[in-house]
Design a protein around this ligand. Sequence first.
Ligand SMILES: C[S@@+](CC[C@H](N)C(=O)[O-])C[C@H]1O[C@@H](n2cnc3c(N)ncnc32)[C@H](O)[C@@H]1O
Length: 242
Amino acid sequence: MADHWVENHKRDSWRKQAKASGYRARSAFKLKQIQQRWNVIREGDVVFDVGCHPGGWAQVAVEEAGETGFVLGVDLQACQPVEGATLIMGDITDSHIQSKLDELLDGRKLNSIISDISPHITGKWDVDQAVAMNLVSMVFDYSLPHLSDGGSFVTKLFQGVGVDELIKVVKPYFSVCKRFSPEASRNSSSEVYLVCKNFKSWKVKDTSVNDLWEEMMDSKLGGNELEQVDSTPSSFKVMRKK
Ligand SMILES: C[S@@+](CC[C@H](N)C(=O)[O-])C[C@H]1O[C@@H](n2cnc3c(N)ncnc32)[C@H](O)[C@@H]1O
């Protein structure tokens, strides 16, 4: 109960600070603290803000990238305009939206991908966490081919099954790949950010991040083990997935 009270109090305090500073959401402070520690956005950068509603991170990204930068955002929900940013409504996993994003990028390479994406929460923790991890791997798949060498990638993770495997998949693509919990994170036990820096495009494999991650999860959870089916009276052995 006491912990709960402390968490609520902290959340309210960040919310008040956000309001006083003109940010739309207290989440703005999470990106500010990530930026302070890791310097993931530089002046003039092309930044992709994934899950940008209501626009707190977009506000911070515009401040950091400055007038010479370009900030593009996408969210399922419509966002009030943020001066200096181009924010569109849509699902990042939808190929039509991806084509629209490609069009808006107009050949520009990304310097920084900042993803605070969070699926609709059902309250069933293991289901929500699995959906969130799958979504994050899909964000990697759309956006990595657009990331320039040396670029950064920040994404929210929900602690639990599959996090270590996802990190194992993407770690070789960057010089730095670390978990970081900004002070402004609501619940430090579940929400953590993965900060990846200095992208090495030549290390990326042909297989998608989502496929590699799912393969690892299958072998960890035993989903791809084969068992022998006895019903075939021949020298051939029919195998099926357990
Ligand atoms: C925690 S909020 C982001 C807050 C934002 N960073 C800010 O500072 O204002 C997470 C967002 O992810 C969005 N989202 C979830 N699934 C998505 C998807 N498939 N495509 C695009 N956005 C998605 C949700 O609509 C939600 O607005």
